[in-house]
Design a protein around this ligand. Sequence first.
Ligand SMILES: [Zn+2]
Length: 213
Amino acid sequence: MNGWPGSTGSIADGILHAARKAYGGFGSFTTLRLIVHADNSLIKFYMPLLSILRFPDPRLKKIAEPVTAVDDNIRRLVRDMAETMYEAPGIGLAATQVDVHKQVIVIDISETHDQLLALINPEILDSDGSQVGEEGCLSVPGIYDKVERAACVRVRYLDLDGQEQTLDADDLLAVCIQHEIDHLQGRVFVDHLSQLKQVRIKNRLAKQARITA
Ligand SMILES: [Zn+2]
């Protein structure tokens, strides 16, 4: 694709290849990406983006199964989830949210989007203190509210090579890990709010869905 400034000629081919490969993965791909080429021709391809379930979809209540083997399928799922999270954009995504009920989460709280953390079978070993922060969720678009969480957590997980790792996290990263592990256990952050707030949020999202339908 010579018309792309700075391109080496094979970027589009590479993306198409990646998109095609992704079709063998989990979930469904819905995003048609259009790029206008420098000579005004149109390039169309499907990004390997996964559909994100929206609260109060009952599938968000499913409990994720542990991953039994960290294989290429899991690594592909992680890659597709990461792309979906970056594109949204968000700082964390649990497999539950893309209707894959396996214990996999991706997180990147960096501003540069280059510090991807993939946690497989994450388990909080220890937690301490408390913090209250405003949370949002890609499955609950446009809604933000304060949730109390542990201030710091120690989490054990498998990395992309299937090796066991332990991570100590505080501040935003600790919040993110707790929020995403909640998803794997069938909980959304609004479950931490009062019944009245939950009803209001459901009504607001139902209204939004009618407007965008
Ligand atoms: Zn969430």
